[in-house]
Design a protein around this ligand. Structure first.
Ligand SMILES: [Mn+2]
Length: 280
């Protein structure tokens, strides 16, 4: 693979312990197309990252970051999810730490299936503006609007940053007492939220959890989101206290006129790798 197609470009390593898995899939995205371009945009933006991180006072890339071939779209979401599960399972089996770049949020279902089979005592931490708890959406149970409903069938999950949901989803959260921290609540409840997670944690970040003032390149932006330091501060604490087994960054829908969002997504990916390095 050419350096231009790899996360961190020439700083990527063939035998890295961290595996970037690009998944340009948007088969179930309803509102706006464009997430198919997400992984390439993040990879391209990553070539501009400084490898040294001043907060952590280290060069995060020395942990070893490699990029595997992108997972090409399959005709149905079911086949796509199977394909993703197999790819993530392969990386886990080979002792690598999976980092998935989406693509639409549906890709998370395949990744969680793989980590769930590999790790006991797993929970999923989801940062997302949307509840994604619909049982079915756009005539499929695998829509990005159903992601958390499907994940909760596999393992416990905690949702953070939610600020957009319908009455049925609000009802489900109340009756099932799901741990959901709305965007206005999370900052004053970080420690309670973290203590509610199990030992092993998979993190999924739908970029629309951020405020559209700093992250406008998503299919369904929602005002009132979290800011850069709020998200990073929370994630740093999570990574210090829990064993992170993998993560994904999804729903980037790049806008060529505003590449700053691509840079945010690339830096976020790199920062979380840095926070996780202790458990890798
Ligand atoms: Mn969302």
């Amino acid at each position: 693979m050419k350096p231009e197609n790899m996360f961190l470009g020439t700083a990527a390593k063939k035998d890295g312990k961290i595996s970037i898995i690009p998944i340009p899939y948007e088969g179930t995205c309803s509102a706006q197309r464009g997430t198919v371009e997400g992984p390439d945009a993040i990879i391209k933006a990553s070539h501009n990252l400084e490898l040294y991180d001043h907060e952590l006072d280290k060069n995060i890339s020395t942990a070893g970051v490699r990029t595997i071939n992108k997972i090409e779209p399959e005709p149905t979401p079911e086949e796509m999810i199977d394909e993703i599960e197999a790819a993530v399972a392969k990386e886990l089996l080979e002792g690598r730490f999976p980092v998935i770049l989406g693509g639409c949020h549906t890709v998370t279902i395949g990744a969680v299936k793989a980590v769930h089979k590999r790790f006991k005592n797993l929970s999923v931490l989801a940062l997302d503006a949307h509840a994604d708890l619909k049982d079915e959406y756009d005539n499929t149970k695998l829509s990005h609007g159903c992601v958390m409903a499907r994940i909760r069938e596999l393992c416990p999950a905690m949702q953070v940053g939610v600020r957009s949901l319908d009455e049925s989803e609000a009802g489900i959260i109340k009756t099932k007492k799901y741990p959901v921290y709305f965007e206005k609540d999370i900052l004053s409840h970080e420690d309670t939220a973290i203590s509610g997670l199990s030992e092993n944690v998979y993190i999924t970040i739908d970029l629309d959890v951020f405020d559209p003032s700093i992250m406008a390149s998503t299919g369904t932006p929602e005002p009132g989101g979290l800011l850069w330091h709020e998200v990073l501060g929370f994630l740093k604490k999570v990574c210090e206290k829990k064993n992170i087994v993998g993560f994904d960054i999804v729903e980037l829908s790049p806008n060529k006129n505003n590449p700053s969002c691509d840079f945010l997504a690339a830096k976020l990916t790199y920062k979380i790798m840095g926070y996780c390095t202790a458990s890798i």
